[in-house]
Design a protein around this ligand. Structure first.
Ligand SMILES: CC(C)(COP(=O)(O)OP(=O)(O)OC[C@H]1O[C@@H](n2cnc3c(N)ncnc32)[C@H](O)[C@@H]1OP(=O)(O)O)[C@@H](O)C(=O)NCCC(=O)NCCS
Length: 388
């Protein structure tokens, strides 16, 4: 084995590319030891407190907070792109209803790209990619809402141009206008999930874009990657786990059993954070408030108990709640179907995907890592009749 590695002149590698620096970026930074997250230098807590999703998306894409005029123009664009081709709804309707909404979102979003002018989509031009990226941020909300409506057997809701991005998404998904608290929490949730370094889905989008494929392909790849339970799919599973636990006093035994079987506790742990995820901290207070208001307080108490037991057991290994730990309770308390939790993540994260893809393309180099070959160096081709 050692000889084979030597053959390729490479002895060491980083599984999952952990810790490997693949590019430079000015978009966002995570200090995993301190539990600190910034977008373009601004702390996530400040953005959640004061910004809107539109403004945050602008910041991620263009590197600075917009002036009022710039924000108005950006908003106008987003609003103008909210209506999507009606054939997408027909495609979603034709999908098997038991398919996961992330699979439906992936397919529907990919289909949406085919209705764009190929002369625009398939030619590489950064200005066009930027415009289509802004369009995609707006369209993602509409496609995700349509997936949610149609799988619930309800007709799509027309976008409301008077509502901001987060409120309009809530409206298109639920069919009712959010109250002040609901509008605030949806806006905050989208900001908190908008970007997070070179996570699997962002990296996937960048890898696709680096071949100069097209922006719809890159975003579709991002959705596909986000679907997994080790990434965006964790929020839905975290809520399911709280429901399975049933009572706060069951949490300890449940966790011990899972840990004994070497199973992961959903919503806990992070590849980068070895401290409390600042996004989870912000969502935790909303989870408490909304759970009480919606009669789901028990879920919150179960979550608190799971958090306590896990930190006692694995805090020393740097295992703390991540963003998915409380987001599920928040969305569930807003009356949203758990199956739609991961699509909501995509509605937020698309801004990060677009921003990072565009940034990378300014100085593009196609991604091409290598594997350490550990197979045989010489093997014979045996004709099929002679194989055992
Ligand atoms: C996110 C995740 C994939 C990171 O994995 P990772 O980088 O390999 O995790 P670490 O290297 O920090 O793990 C350190 C140790 O803690 C354990 N651990 C990590 N997360 C754990 C969890 N959620 N539950 C139980 N044990 C966990 C690991 O198994 C490892 O144990 P070991 O020392 O016995 O090998 C992992 O924490 C996980 O699967 N979490 C649950 C899914 C989730 O919430 N995903 C959303 C992320 S935003």
């Amino acid at each position: 084995m050692a000889e084979q590695k030597k053959f390729y002149g490479q002895e060491e590698f980083s599984k999952g590319l952990e810790g490997v620096i693949a590019c430079e970026s000015k978009i966002g930074y995570i200090d995993g030891q301190k539990g600190w997250l910034i977008y373009r230098g601004i702390e996530i807590g400040d953005l959640a407190e004061h910004s809107t999703y539109e403004e945050t998306a602008y910041l991620l894409l263009f590197g600075k907070l917009p002036t009022r005029k710039e924000l108005d123009e950006f908003n106008e664009k987003l609003v103008s792109y909210r209506k999507i081709d009606p054939r997408v709804a027909e495609i979603i309707k034709d999908m098997p209803p038991k398919a996961h909404p992330m699979a439906q979102l992936r397919t529907a979003f990919s289909a949406l790209g085919t209705y764009e002018d190929p002369a625009k989509v398939d030619e590489f031009d950064l200005e066009t990619w930027t415009e289509l990226g802004i369009k995609a941020i707006s369209e993602m909300a509409t496609v995700a809402a349509q997936v949610g409506r149609l799988r619930a057997g309800k007709p799509p809701v027309e976008p409301d141009p008077t509502l901001n991005h987060a409120s309009n998404f809530f409206y298109m998904l639920t069919g009712r206008k959010p109250n002040e608290l609901e509008a605030d929490v949806m806006n905050k949730a989208l900001i908190l999930h908008a970007d997070h370094g070179l996570n699997a889905s962002t990296f996937t989008a960048m890898v696709i874009a680096s071949s100069l494929s097209d922006i719809y392909s890159a975003i579709t790849g991002g959705i596909a990657s986000l679907k997994g339970p080790l990434h965006g799919g964790a929020n839905e599973r975290t809520l399911k786990m709280f429901m399975e636990i049933g009572e706060p006093e069951n949490a300890k035994a449940y966790i011990e059993e899972k840990l004994a079987k070497k199973e992961k506790i959903m919503g806990m742990g992070h590849r980068v954070y070895k401290a409390y995820d600042p996004r989870a901290r912000i969502l935790s207070s909303y989870a408490e408030r909304l759970a009480k208001l919606s009669g789901n307080e028990k879920l919150y108490l179960i979550a608190k108990e799971v958090e306590k037991v896990m930190i006692e057991r694995l805090g020393k290994k740097g295992i703390f709640p991540n963003v998915d730990f409380y987001s599920g309770i928040v969305y569930y308390s807003l009356g949203i179907d758990p199956k739609m939790f991961t699509p909501i993540f995509a509605v937020a994260r698309v801004a990060g995907w677009v921003a990072r893809v565009l940034e990378y393309l300014h100085d593009n180099r196609i991604f091409r890592p290598r594997a350490v070959y550990t197979g045989p160096l010489k093997a014979e081709y045996i004709p099929i009749d002679q194989r055992s």
